[in-house]
Structure formats: C-alpha cells, structure tokens
Write a protein that binds this ligand. Structure first.
Ligand SMILES: [Zn+2]
Length: 489
C-alpha cells in the first residue's frame, strides 16, 4: 500500500484528515480530522445509525467506556490471542510484522499464517533485514492491546478496548431486561478502539486509534435460518468471493447462496443490508465492492462465518476491508459467563439459553477515506468531489456576486437563515468561478449566488455541483428546495 496517494494532499490542504501532532513529527497510526473531515464523519455516522438501527425495532445504540478491566479481555481471548507475529533484526534492531515483511519481499499474502509457518518461509526464502541485510531473530507473538494502569496508586491493570464489541456483550443482559426481553436484540456502538499496531505504514488503513461502528445482534440460534422478509431479498444478488474461488467475484442471489454455499438466511439478510447500504445509500458503484470470505485459518477462532466487505481503491492498492460480518456464536457471552460466574442465559419463548451473536462491523475512518477517493475526479482539469450530498461536509454555500450595492448584506441575511437548517458555508472572496471551484473540490452539492436580479425579484441562482446547471429559485422556496434535493439524492 503506497504511503502517499493522489488525494492525500487534497485531504490535508482542504481540512479533511491528516496525521496528528504534526509539529512534533507525528506518531505513526494517529490521525486528526479537520473541520471538513469532522462534518463528513458525523454525517457518515448518522447515516449508519439511521440505516442500521432503523432496520429493526429492537436495535438500539449504547455509549460505553473505552477502558476496561483485564478480565474482559481474558474472557474474550484478546489477552492470549490478539497478537501479531513480529521479527527483529539481530544486527540493527529493525522490527516488523513477519507476515508483512514476507508480503513485501515475496509479493504474496501471508496474513493468518502461524509462527511456525512464517519462520519456515523466512528460512526457506532466506529473508534478511530490509534495512541492513542482517539476520532476523526468532518470531515473537506481540500483543496488540494498549495496557493502562488505572488509579495513580492502586495500579489496576486495564486496557484500551481493541474493539467496541465487548462493551455490548457486557451490557447485553441489563439491556435485555430493561427492554422488552425480546430477541433478536441489537446493540450498536459508534466509538473509538485502539490497537498498538507494530508498524503502521498504511495511512488510515491501519491506525492505532480509530473509530468503529459496530452492531451486535443477539438471537436464538435455532432461528438462524429465518430472515425477516426473505421473500423480498431472496432474489437480491450479492457480490461474493468465496474461499473456493479467490480470483473472481460471483454475483449470486441470496436463495442460491443459501443452498449452494450453505450460508444461513439470517446471515444473508445482513449481507444484503450491508451491500444495499453501500450501493443505495452511499451510492458506491457495485463493481467496486465485494464480500470476501475468510478461510478457517484466516478468521479469528471464535468466528464461525466471516466475510469482509471490501472496496477496490488505489489508496488500498486494490481490494481492502472496510466492513465485516461475523457470526461469533455464543463465544463471548459464554466466556464472560464462565469467568465472571454470572449467568448470561435468557429465558425466551419457553426456553433457557445463551443467545448467539452476529456482528456487523464498520471501520469508520477507512470508509471515509474510501468514499473520498471514490468520489474524487477531474472536470476541466479541476478536482470535483462527487460525494453523495448526504455525506458532503457542507450542504450548500452562499455567495454574493460582488461585495457592494447591498448584495453582500442580502447574501449574509440568506446565509444566516439557511444555516439554521443546513451546514452552510459563506464565501465572499474571489471570482464566482473560483468560488465554485473551491466548493466543487470539497464536494458542496449546491452553490447559491445573490446577484443584481435578487435585489429586484427576490430570486437567487442555485448551481448543481455535478451537472453545473443553474436555476433561479425564489428566496422563500429556498429552504424547501434544498431539503427536497438532499432528501432525494
Ligand atoms: Zn537490520
């Protein structure tokens, strides 16, 4: 994955995203969102919220702490298994993930191989230190969690959570009892997670502090082959790359995927939901995405079924994971029951059991980056970000044609009215052409210009970013027209 892509400088220059603590040389794996990035991130999160939580009456959002005690991760398996294989150069001390080192030198993918297999490959291909050519030491398994000492004196060991999911599992029973004691029940969290990556050199693709949007769906395992409104989705075509055919994407209807690939209907229901989110809500060209199945060796031991949603962009050097769908069975609830001694069983429709979990997980930062790259193109040699209007940082911009004859005052008046309802930007400097170009570059879908006719007939010019067409709109209709446009697009 290249470190610097075509849009990285635009994202820095215009206020979307850049490495944090820049004046101190930046730490790898940490990023800050500027004013535009923050607006877009919030819009993405709100779209995700309304779409996934809106998909079921019994799905809700919770908000939980990022530091959790060691026991949580002992139970979840993160303490023992959330590790990366690392090699260190015996001569110069250079450290790198063993699978990534092999990947760079042999141009093949090795993620998921164990210590023994990686050691064997290093010896077989006589791989040396990429920095000094020295010999490499034995592979070590390094844990990727950030430890935290809690309390200045007591020093209780805790960790920054490596995924938001565990908080949903710990809160499951309390929510089940305070809601309607009904399954399926979904708990979503949008929040930070932390992974102490060994050598994050892949931009936003591998961050040490990042935002996840995760939905944990708790359900009765006996109902896994039942999907809501199956009749409506059974003919919907999913884009899949199963383990059995890694080199191609097959388009296959849910019905067929259930019979031929043995995927449970409830799992297919969520695959459909995710693919539709990308194609219908985020307006991503379906040819740019696919579901990629992970083999038994590649997926975490607790995932019984694991497909990633991948997007094909230059910044990820091909297909890269931006979301995932995991059938985690009862692994987490059962492990927490065993370690805490507190029963996690529910009594539901005459049966007592531990619910199973399907996890829908999104990397928010990777999604933002991918959506920015996908929408970036050139028109007459100028950059245009054709973001879906629902994701654009600003909904509209307001310009006075000139800053005199009362046009600027009128423009400010309109701007002050519109900003009550929309994310609205005011720009009074430079030629109109340059002002349009500046807004095109940050994806603002509508530009509103106040000119001399405005002073006569109370109309303004509204210009569409994608078509560059201009229409006259009466000021009194402006708010409704903008709302309509955003609603429909
Ligand atoms: Zn070396």
């Amino acid at each position: 994955m290249p470190e610097e892509n075509k849009i990285d400088s635009l994202l820095r220059r215009r206020g979307f995203i850049w490495q944090s603590s820049e004046i101190y040389g930046s730490l790898s794996g940490f990023y800050d969102y500027g004013h535009l990035g923050t607006l877009m991130k919030r819009k993405f999160e709100n779209l995700w919220r309304s779409y996934f939580l809106g998909s079921d009456k019994n799905f809700f959002e919770i908000s939980t702490s990022t530091i959790m005690p060691e026991e949580v991760f002992k139970a979840s398996g993160h303490l023992d298994h959330f590790t990366d294989p690392v090699v260190k150069c015996k001569k110069c001390g250079f450290v790198e993930r063993a699978d990534q080192l092999l990947e760079r030198q042999l141009h093949e993918k090795f993620e998921g191989l164990d210590k023994g297999e990686l050691s064997h490959l290093i010896k077989k291909h006589n791989v040396k230190c990429p920095k000094c050519g020295g010999d490499l030491g034995e592979i070590e398994e390094i844990n990727l969690m950030f430890p935290v000492d809690i309390g200045p004196y007591s020093k209780i060991r805790g960790y920054l959570r490596p995924e938001t999911a565990q908080s949903s599992y710990l809160n499951f029973l309390r929510e089940f009892n305070s809601l309607r004691k009904k399954l399926p029940m979904g708990l979503a969290i949008i929040g930070k997670a932390f992974r102490n990556e060994i050598s994050p050199r892949q931009g936003v693709y591998r961050m040490r502090e990042f935002t996840q949007a995760e939905l944990q769906v708790f359900f009765d395992p006996e109902k896994i082959n039942e999907a809501p409104s199956w009749e409506k989705i059974k003919d919907y075509k999913l884009r899949l790359t199963p383990v059995s055919s890694r080199d191609e994407v097959i388009e296959i209807a849910c019905e067929e995927a259930s019979t031929k690939l043995g995927l449970p209907r409830y799992y297919l229901y969520f695959m459909t939901l995710i693919q539709k989110f990308y194609v219908e809500i985020l307006r991503v060209d379906k040819n740019k995405i696919r579901f990629f199945e992970l083999s038994e060796e590649e997926r975490a031991f607790y995932n019984k079924i694991h497909w990633d949603l991948e997007v094909n962009i230059e910044g990820f050097n091909g297909f890269g994971e931006i979301a995932g769908l995991h059938y985690r069975t009862d692994h987490d609830l059962k492990s927490h029951q065993n370690l805490s001694g507190k029963s996690q069983e529910v009594f539901h429709k005459g049966k007592r059991f531990i619910p199973h979990v399907i996890e829908v997980t999104f990397g928010v930062d990777r999604n933002i980056y991918a959506l920015l790259e996908l929408s970036c193109h050139k028109r007459d040699d100028k950059v245009v970000l054709s973001l879906p209007p629902k994701l654009a940082p600003f909904d509209c911009a307001v310009f006075p044609l000139v800053n005199k004859d009362g046009l600027d005052e009128k423009a400010e008046e309109i701007y002050n009215e519109l900003r009550k309802y929309f994310n609205c930007f005011y720009d009074g400097s430079g030629s109109i052409g340059r002002r349009y170009a500046r807004q095109d570059e940050i994806g603002t879908p509508l530009c509103i210009t106040i000119d001399y006719d405005t002073m006569k007939d109370d109309t303004v010019t509204v210009r569409d970013r994608d078509t560059t067409k201009q229409v006259r709109v009466e000021i009194k209709d402006l708010k409704d027209k903008i709302s309509e446009f955003l609603e429909e697009s």
